[in-house]
Structure formats: structure tokens, C-alpha cells
Design a protein around this ligand. Structure first.
Ligand code: ATP
Length: 235
């Protein structure tokens, strides 16, 4: 497995938020984590990105014990996050935002090649490369956030609610883009409230509720479970 978490406990101060989270993502896979608001999805993905310390448990990436590494070291090992809300610098140009993704030395050396790959994936960003990122549409800003993650040459991309706040007409495009990121060679861990879309592109998925993984499997199996149908699909 590329990414392995074992019995992760994650919290804020004294308040626990995620208990005993065990999940795997293999190279070439899209793995989705679904769950309601406040279930702990962002907490889990931020811990896997190195932004939050785990209190207990093991986090391994390509066999390396990541548990005590710093956030920038996670990036150096090939883990990149597309955060909820995109977190762009609105007044900086599209290209300047993209370049923030390759601040580590190894990624910086591949800067031009990485930019070409991002512009090949998102031709509209090439046209708008000198415009302030804040002037782009929501969908285009999400492309910049994904492009910035790809500039680090990641081996896994973590997506936190990529469809949130997008116009319904472009939500499908966003999921197509996630599939292209995987087809381009990175594994994907996707956290989403849009259950049908997230399961629609996933090879496997986990269900997180109140901080605990309560179900896992291939999408069709999960969609057959009465609890999932009731809680997430309203049937
Ligand atoms: P959403 O879809 O609303 O983002 P989520 O599944 O991503 O929800 P989290 O944001 O991870 O859930 O929140 C999990 C729990 O941790 C919630 O009870 C939340 O109140 C709590 N929490 C989140 N961030 C913090 C924080 N910075 N400090 C304290 N508690 C937090």
C-alpha cells in the first residue's frame, strides 16, 4: 500500500475528533471518504497531510513512518493537499499561486515542466496565467488549487470537499478532473459530502461518522447497505 493509517486518534486540544481510523490507499486508486458534516473528514485528511499531529496510531507512506514528521516533510515525500475552500492568494496571479506549490527544491527544479503539465490539464489557466486568482470563477479557482498541488509532483493528492461551493453545472467537470489526476499517475484520497459523485469515481470508499469509520468497501457494496441508503441517499 502507498498510504496506510493504523488506529489514528486525532483531536484538538483535549477534544478528540477522530478515533481509531484505519485506512489504505494504493497507487493508482481513488479512495473516497464520505460522511456528514462534522464527522471528522477534514480532521482526518489534514492529519494525513501532516497539518495536524496524530495523538496515537501509525501513519505510513510508501513504507516510511510519517507519524512524527513536519508538514513540509509530508510534501517532500509526495503528499499534496487541495484544501477545503481552495486557500488561494486572491491578489497574486494564477501562475504565482501555482508556483507556491513547488517551493521544495526537488519540485522547483521541475518547475517549467510541471507548469506545462498543469496548463495541459487546464488550458484555461494558461490563458489566465497573469490574472489575479481572485478574479477567476469558482471552478477555475479550484483548478488553480489542484494545479498548485500538482506542482509539488505528488504521489498522492488529498482532496477536501472539492465540489463545495461550485455551480452544479461544473460539479461533474470537477469529478472528471479528479479522475484525470489519477490517470496522470497520482493516487487520490477524496473527502466529500457529495456521496453519489464521490462513490461514482471511487475504487473503494470509507464511511466516517462521528469520528469513526463505520463502513468500508467497494462503492456498489456500500450502496447496497440499508444504513447508507437511508442516511445518504434518503431511500
Ligand atoms: P465538514 O464537512 O463540516 O467540514 P468534517 O467531516 O470535515 O465536517 P471536521 O471539520 O473534521 O468534520 O470536524 C470534526 C470535529 O472536530 C467536529 O466536532 C468539529 O467541531 C471539531 N473541530 C474541527 N476543527 C476544530 C478546531 N480547529 N478546533 C476544535 N474543534 C474542531
Amino acid at each position: 500500500m502507498l498510504l496506510e493509517t493504523r488506529h489514528l486518534h486525532i483531536g484538538y486540544g483535549d477534544a478528540p475528533a477522530v478515533w481509531d481510523a484505519t485506512l489504505d490507499v494504493d497507487a493508482g486508486e481513488i479512495v473516497s471518504v464520505i460522511g456528514p458534516n462534522g464527522a471528522g473528514k477534514t480532521t482526518l485528511i489534514n492529519a494525513i497531510a501532516g497539518l495536524l499531529r496524530c495523538r496515537q496510531g501509525d501513519l505510513r507512506f510508501d513504507g516510511v513512518d510519517m507519524t512524527n514528521l513536519k508538514a513540509h516533510e509530508f510534501c517532500g515525500h509526495g503528499i499534496a493537499l487541495v484544501p477545503e475552500g481552495r486557500r488561494l492568494f486572491a491578489k497574486m496571479s494564477v501562475e504565482e499561486n501555482l508556483e507556491l506549490g513547488c517551493y521544495l527544491q526537488a519540485a522547483r527544479a521541475a518547475r517549467s515542466d510541471s507548469l506545462e503539465r498543469v496548463y495541459a490539464l487546464f488550458p484555461v489557466l494558461r490563458q489566465k496565467r497573469l490574472q489575479p486568482a481572485g478574479e477567476l470563477s469558482g471552478g477555475q479557482q479550484q483548478m488553480v488549487a489542484i494545479g498548485r498541488a500538482l506542482m509539488a509532483r505528488p504521489r498522492i493528492v488529498l482532496f477536501d470537499e472539492p465540489s463545495l461551493g461550485l455551480a452544479p453545472a461544473i460539479v461533474d467537470d470537477m469529478f472528471d478532473i479528479i479522475v484525470r489526476v489519477r490517470d496522470d499517475g497520482a493516487a487520490v484520497l477524496l473527502v466529500e459530502q457529495n456521496v453519489l459523485k464521490a462513490l461514482g469515481i471511487a475504487d473503494r470508499a470509507y464511511v466516517l461518522e462521528q469520528g469513526r469509520i463505520v463502513a468500508q468497501g467497494v462503492p456498489n457494496e456500500l450502496l447496497d447497505q440499508p444504513h447508507i441508503r437511508e442516511a445518504y441517499l434518503g431511500v
